[in-house]
Design a protein around this ligand. Structure first.
Ligand code: GLN
Length: 313
C-alpha cells in the first residue's frame, strides 16, 4: 500500500483552505446563541498537529473559538473516567438518532427514556450531570483541568460572554433537562446543570489547541509529544466511535461515506478530527450548513480525505 504523507507544508494546506472557502457563502453563522452571531462568516482556518510534534496551519489560527458540541466528546471521556462505562450508559444510549442535535422527540418516543447518545444535547446534558464535584465551580474546574491537560495548555478558560448568552436563551436545553428530570435520568437542579453545561460549551481555544486534543484521541489517549497518557485507551476508542457514528449530528452517515474521519463539530464552526497514529486536526469555519456543521470545514476535510487517503473505511 502506498502511504501518502499528508499536509507537510503550510502552502499545501493554504491551497486547500482557499478552495474550501468558496463554500462559506452558502452557509450561515449560528444565531440561536446571540454571542455567536458576531463571527465572520468567511473565516476558515485549520491546524494539523502531527505525532512527531510538527504542526502546519492555514488561516487565522490564533482566533479563539468556543467548543460548543465538541466539548461533548471531552466530557464523555471525563464521565467515563469518573463513573465507568456502566455508570455512563445507565443514563444514555449508544445509538445515532437521525434527528437534529437539539431535538426532544426521542425522549418521548424512545421507550427506555434515556437520550439515545451522548453527542446530542439531551445526552450531553445527562453526561455533564455525571461529572463529579461538590459544586458547579468544582465540576467546571475539573472539566477545565482535563481539557488543559489534553491540549497541554494551562491558560485555557471559558468565554463568560458566550456562556451567559447561551444560559439566558437556553430554553430548549432547559426543556430537555426538565424532561429528563421527570424520567429520573438527572436529579440535580436544572438551572445548576445549565450553568455548568453552558460554561463547558463556552470553553475557548484556538485551532492549534483543538488539533492537539485531536491528536491525543488519534494516539488512543496518549500525548505523544509529552509522552503522557491522559485518557485510558478504551475510553479514547469509545469516544472516537461516537465521533464516527454521531459526531457530525444528523449528517454523520453521509460524512462517514464521503470523508470517513472520526470528527466532532460544534455550532461555533469548530471541527476536531483524529487520524489514527498520525495527526490531529483543528478547524474553525463559522459558516454552517443546514445540519449545523461548518460548511467550509466539511469541504476541507473531504478534500483532505481524498487527497491523502484518510478515510478509515
Ligand atoms: N451549546 C450548544 C447547545 O447546546 C451546543 C450545540 C452544538 O454545538 N451543536 O445548543
Amino acid at each position: 500500500m502506498v502511504v501518502i504523507l499528508p499536509c507537510q507544508s503550510n502552502e499545501e494546506l493554504n491551497a486547500l483552505v482557499m478552495e474550501a472557502k468558496k463554500q462559506t457563502k452558502h452557509g450561515k453563522v449560528a444565531d440561536y446563541i446571540p454571542a455567536l452571531m458576531k463571527a465572520n462568516r468567511d473565516d476558515l482556518s485549520v491546524a494539523i498537529y502531527h505525532q512527531d510534534g510538527n504542526c502546519y496551519s492555514a488561516g487565522d489560527i490564533e482566533q479563539k473559538i468556543t467548543l460548543q458540541s465538541i466539548s461533548k466528546v471531552l466530557t464523555l471521556a471525563l464521565a467515563l473516567m469518573d463513573c465507568g462505562e456502566d455508570g455512563v450508559f445507565q443514563k444514555v444510549g449508544y445509538e445515532p438518532t437521525g434527528d437534529p442535535f437539539n431535538s426532544i422527540i426521542k425522549l418521548e418516543t424512545n421507550r427506555s427514556a434515556k437520550p439515545l447518545n451522548p453527542m446530542i444535547n439531551a445526552g450531553a446534558l445527562a453526561v455533564t450531570h455525571l461529572i463529579k464535584g461538590e459544586s458547579v465551580e468544582e465540576r467546571l474546574q475539573r472539566i477545565l483541568e482535563f481539557i488543559r491537560d489534553l491540549a497541554g495548555h494551562s491558560e485555557i478558560s471559558y468565554s463568560k460572554e458566550v456562556a451567559t448568552s447561551e444560559f439566558e436563551t437556553a430554553y430548549l436545553n432547559r426543556s430537555l433537562s426538565y424532561y429528563m428530570k421527570q424520567d429520573g435520568i438527572i436529579d440535580e437542579d436544572v438551572e445548576q446543570l445549565l450553568d455548568l453545561y453552558t460554561k463547558q460549551c463556552a470553553i475557548e481555544m484556538d485551532c492549534l489547541d483543538l488539533s492537539k486534543i485531536g491528536l491525543v484521541f488519534a494516539m488512543d489517549g496518549i500525548d505523544p509529544v509529552r509522552e503522557k497518557r491522559i485518557i485510558p485507551a478504551e475510553v479514547a476508542r469509545l469516544c472516537k466511535t461516537f465521533m464516527v457514528t454521531c459526531g457530525m449530528y444528523n449528517a454523520s452517515g453521509e460524512f462517514a461515506v464521503r470523508v470517513g474521519i472520526p470528527a466532532k463539530s460544534g455550532v461555533s464552526g469548530g471541527i476536531m478530527g483524529s487520524i489514527r497514529n498520525r495527526f490531529g486536526i483543528g478547524i474553525f469555519g463559522p459558516s454552517l450548513d443546514q445540519q449545523g456543521n461548518s460548511i467550509g470545514g466539511v469541504k476541507l476535510l473531504k478534500m483532505m480525505s481524498e487527497k491523502y487517503n484518510l478515510s478509515i473505511f
